[in-house]
Design a protein around this ligand. Structure first.
Ligand code: ADP
Ligand code: XUL
Length: 524
């Protein structure tokens, strides 16, 4: 008998879903709704609203809610076995926050079936839009909270990360300072993950330890709210935040709204949502320490599971809770897919032509380098500005190769704090469809790169988390490796093996890149 589990992923540009059958070990359905294309009324560009100054980047909680309605409509129309799903979980872009009034709990519990999910949400928003992870407008708030926590090292030790502009704490502080009235009206602050988790569960959802660690508000060792961080961030903050909980927590059965409207199984369990990176960790099968994955989504991230909480002495990286227990390390590059797209679009190319340009250029690009900071960068932390060395702006193929080589060399340089160099890399995210990018990844890191059946690693991870929580709850125990194994086997037909000659080229080039980068960071 099939055992179906649904995983959702509300990411920067899309909402994806993956339906798995745990019994056969097969993915049954894998689909996405693109925000810009499929919900044009919201007028987003790449899923967001950018203020002309570039630093303020928001999106719409109503868009996220409406996408959920749309997705369930499609699943129902396509006759997926919604009535047989045993549990649902999800993944959300990290750090973004949703602001609601004190009526949110009642609204989630008593949803109006005549209105859409977005209509229901609109009644309780105390802030119309949500700052998201691309927002870079809170440097002064970061400085104030960092100082109150005792400086960078103390902040890293307390919360797992230095203060970052996109993290939820600094964003909340900015809102509380700039709009004190609206902040006072706010009775509940959710992350993107806990907001959508609340809609699926029909009640206010806790925040899980994976996504909670991306707020600069959670004590990374005790996994509780950090009193000093709360106090340094905004008045009366504790009363506006939900509880923190483990990533296996199930919140009861799914929202009756979804049962009545879409025919979901009324006994299906709603499992707490997590961040997209913690979910991708599970979706790439990294349930044990010692393996590395790279996600090439809107942001590029490099991450791995850790048994101990080991922080980055440079303060560039992060420690989050792993849904499989213990911790995960992560570095996030803001100039990921959108930087590659910027180069592609600037020269009027499509992905095929971009890839062809890479194939036609030599490994190492004859020493032509780019620092691809189209947007302010997170790692290394720096303002926007694209810098080229020996590379002409009109050299189309040279620029295509340079952006990808730079991204891969930067990942290698800035991940050294995580420990051993990877012996295998698992790739996921939209751009993992691109063979040329994965070959450069393998050569720069001198490690074979594996990819899976789906590029939607976060949605798959959410489905696997639902399956794990349900199995644990039903049988008292659940083995992570056993659950993830059938779904996370790499596709052995498409392994990208490092080429020894190319590896040698990058061994030298990475040192030149490091000098180019540090010269620029030091104002050179
Ligand atoms: P997110 O989950 O953050 O919304 P995805 O993981 O869906 O993002 O990845 C979307 C990105 O994948 C797009 O912005 C696009 O740049 C990139 N992408 C899709 N196909 C290709 C390709 N063939 N080559 C390179 N990048 C691609
Ligand atoms: C991680 C980060 C991004 C977002 C969006 O710290 O900011 O990866 O989770 O994907």
């Amino acid at each position: 008998m099939p055992s179906y589990f649904l995983g959702l992923d509300s990411s920067t540009q899309s909402l994806s879903s993956i339906l798995i059958d745990l019994d056969s070990g097969q993915i049954q359905d894998d689909r996405s709704i693109q925000f810009d294309r499929d919900l044009p009324d919201y007028k987003t560009t790449n899923g967001v609203y950018r203020h002309p100054n570039g630093d303020v980047v928001h999106s719409s909680p109503l868009l996220w809610a409406e996408a959920l309605d749309r997705l369930f409509q499609q699943l129902k129309k396509d006759k997926l076995p919604l009535g047989e799903i045993l549990a649902i979980s999800g993944s959300g872009q990290q750090h973004g926050s949703v602001y609601m009034t004190g009526n949110a709990e009642k609204q989630f519990r008593e949803m109006d079936l005549n209105g859409s999910l977005a209509d229901n949400v609109a009644r309780v928003l105390s802030r119309p839009t949500s700052p998201v992870w691309m927002d870079n407008s809170t440097s002064s708030e970061c400085a104030e909270i960092r100082e109150a926590l005792g400086g960078k090292n103390a902040a890293v030790a307390a919360t797992g990360s230095d203060l970052f502009e996109r993290f939820t704490g600094p964003q909340i502080r900015k809102f509380a300072t700039e709009e004190p009235g609206a902040y006072r009206q706010t009775g509940h602050i959710a992350l993107v993950s806990s907001f959508l988790s609340s809609l699926v569960a029909g009640q206010i959802s806790p925040i899980d330890f994976g996504d909670g660690a991306g707020m600069n508000l959670m004590d990374i060792n005790r996994l509780t709210w950090h009193p000093l961080a709360l106090e340094a961030t905004a008045p009366d903050l504790r009363s506006k935040l939900p509880a923190l909980a483990g990533s296996h927590t199930h919140l009861g059965v799914v929202n009756p709204y979804l049962v009545l409207k879409y025919g979901l199984n009324p006994a299906a369990k709603a499992v707490i949502w997590s961040g997209d990176n913690p979910c991708s960790l599970i979706g790439t099968g990294l349930v044990k320490p010692g393996m590395t994955a790279i996600s090439l989504g809107t942001s590029d991230t490099l991450f791995g599971a850790m048994s101990e909480c080991k922080t980055d002495p440079r303060g560039e990286g992060h420690v989050f809770g792993s849904p499989a227990g213990g911790y995960m390390s992560l570095i996030c590059f803001k100039n990921g897919s959108l930087a590659r797209e910027m180069v592609k679009d600037d020269y009027g190319l499509d992905w095929m032509a971009f890839s062809k340009a890479i194939r036609e250029t030599p490994v190492g690009n004859d020493g032509k380098l780019m620092l691809p900071w189209f947007d302010p960068e997170i790692v290394p932390r720096t303002k926007a500005g694209v810098h080229r060395k020996k590379l002409d702006k009109d050299d189309i193929p040279g620029n295509c190769r340079a952006v990808v080589e730079a991204q891969m060399m930067s990942m290698r340089l800035h991940s050294d704090w995580m420990g051993d160099t990877p012996t295998r890399i698992y790739a996921t995210g939209g751009a993992s469809a691109n063979q040329e990018i994965l070959q450069i990844m393998a050569n720069v890191h001198n490690a074979p790169v594996y990819r899976q059946e789906t590029a939607n690693g976060a949605a798959l991870g959410a489905a696997l988390r639902a399956a794990h929580a349900w199995t644990k709850d039903t049988f008292g125990d659940a083995d992570w490796e056993h659950i993830v194994a059938p779904f996370t086997q790499p596709d052995l037909e498409s392994v990208f093996t490092p080429d020894p000659q190319a590896v040698d080229v990058y061994e030298s080039l990475v040192k030149i890149y490091a000098t180019f980068e540090s010269d620029n960071l030091n104002g050179g």
